[in-house]
Design a protein around this ligand. Structure first.
Ligand code: ZN
Length: 139
């Protein structure tokens, strides 16, 4: 069977990284699916979903690494096209990706102890976000 819920929240803008592990775990519980997969997908092209150890040092390290790949002080064609200021946000979002699939076994996510499911706000301004969580499997 398939069970779906949408998580909605406000972000603080660029580099607001949010741990959504517990919200995904709660949805898996409500699904009553014991064995299968869960897909976590952010709607939009300036945010991303990944896993990481959610601690302040690594949050800074990841933000700095992404800023080296797509710095704020270079030219982006996207800005000329739309008058936007978030070319770097789109590039980072495409590289990290919008979704994850995590195995579910006996009703639990097979995540490591130091592996959280983390939403990355990459846009240059605060946004209202929707993350679609789809649980697939058998009860
Ligand atoms: Zn844009």
């Amino acid at each position: 069977m398939i069970y779906r819920e949408v998580i909605e929240f406000e972000t603080g803008g660029e580099n607001d990284y949010i741990d959504i592990t517990h919200r995904v775990e709660d949805i898996v519980k409500r699904s009553n699916i014991r064995n299968g997969l869960v897909n976590v997908f952010v709607v939009g092209s300036t945010a991303a979903i990944t896993t990481m150890e959610y601690e302040p040092g690594l949050r800074k390290d990841l933000a700095r690494a992404l800023a080296r790949i797509a710095p704020s002080d270079i030219e982006y064609e996207h800005h000329k096209r739309w008058g936007d200021d978030n070319g770097r946000s789109h590039v980072k979002a495409s590289i990290v990706g919008p979704s994850l699939i995590i195995p579910v076994e006996n009703g639990r996510l097979l995540l490591g102890t130091w592996q959280q499911i983390v939403f990355l706000e990459l846009d240059t301004r605060p946004r209202r976000r929707r993350v679609v969580v789809t649980v697939m499997g058998e009860e």
